[in-house]
Design a binder for this molecule. Structure first.
Ligand code: NDP
Length: 283
């Protein structure tokens, strides 16, 4: 048996088709959805991420109002820029690309983004709303992860989901979102004792550590849905948290790296942006 591959590229393309229609409907009403990605400095990886987000905007007809700010910008100036975007009616979504250059306070900067424009779901308010089970924007990578699980067709209700990684941008919100779907959730991290014993119980396994091939065949329950959100480099190749050959043998469904959670993260950002524009215009 070989796992069904959960093709994130294909799913992202399907989501884009739906979003294009929604953007057309908004434009017909005179509303152009606008996303402002704010990049401070020129961190090479961030430049690539920002470019791919801008390209997605171009494909969908979303207005990209990117802000490129110098690495030596002061905290006061950065917050002023973010507040200006917060009050700009052409901007429906704001994303502050992290990490920020040293010396800048990311938490204080993110706090300048109002929840209705927080399409990255990173503000304290959005995180609190998720924790309290209230409506709000959810972080993009977990949104993409849940879409990949839905793609498998395996119902989440009542399943045991194990998430490996507890960061505030991937693991922790993903665990809470799986809880919202009525999964029984176990959240693992670097202090977890006997990780394999935990992961082997997972009907749904989400790996988000960035440790290449941490999850091996013997750690996967046969037939499980396995979502690999990790991005790592091994022997000059891009790879994920799951050892791919063993993963394919053991899992029932497996998202690949690359081509799984990555494209779905961008698609989720576009989904959140279109939703922000629709809510702003009361559509
Ligand atoms: P972080 O480094 O912030 O968190 C990693 C988490 O993994 C931590 O909670 C850590 O535990 C846990 N961990 C590390 N080693 C082990 C181990 N041996 N066993 C169990 N748990 C372990 O990373 P992020 O959450 O930001 O990102 C996770 C991965 O997802 C990365 O590879 C990143 O590149 C990728 N990513 C992919 C995105 C995409 O678009 N596809 C977007 C965002 C991230 P502890 O808390 O105890 O330190």
């Amino acid at each position: 048996m070989s796992a069904v591959i959960l093709d994130g590229k294909k799913l992202a393309a399907e989501k884009e088709t739906i979003l294009k229609e929604k953007v057309s409907a908004l434009r017909a009403r005179g509303v152009i959805p606008g996303l402002s990605v704010v990049l401070v400095g020129e961190d090479p990886a961030s430049v690539i991420y920002v470019r791919s987000k801008e390209k997605a905007c171009e494909r969908l007809g979303i207005r990209s109002l990117a802000r490129r700010l110098p690495a030596d910008i002061s905290q006061t100036e950065l917050e002023k820029e973010l507040r200006a975007l917060a009050s700009n009616p052409e901007v429906h979504g704001i994303l502050l690309q992290l990490p920020l250059p040293r010396g800048l306070d990311a938490d204080a900067a993110i706090a300048c983004i109002p929840p209705e424009k927080d399409v990255d779901g990173f503000t304290d308010l959005s995180a609190g709303r998720l924790a309290n089970g209230m409506a709000g924007f959810r972080p993009c990578t977990p949104v993409g992860i849940l879409e990949l699980i839905r793609m498998s067709g395996v119902p989440m209700d009542g399943k045991h989901a194990v998430v490996v990684g507890r960061s505030t941008i991937v693991g922790k919100p993903c665990a809470m979102m799986l809880l919202e779907e009525n999964c029984t959730v176990t959240l693992c991290h670097s202090h977890t004792r006997n990780l394999a014993e935990m992961t082997r119980q997972a009907d749904i396994l989400v790996a988000a550590t960035g440790r290449a091939h941490l999850i091996t065949e013997d750690m996967i329950k046969p037939g499980a849905v396995v979502i690999d959100a990790g991005i790592a480099h091994l022997d000059g190749h891009l790879t994920g948290d799951v050892e791919p050959e063993g993963g394919r043998r053991a899992a029932g469904y497996l998202s690949p790296v690359p081509g799984g959670a990555g494209p779905m993260t961008i698609a989720a950002l576009m989904m959140n942006t279109v939703e922000a524009a629709e809510r702003f215009e009361n559509v």
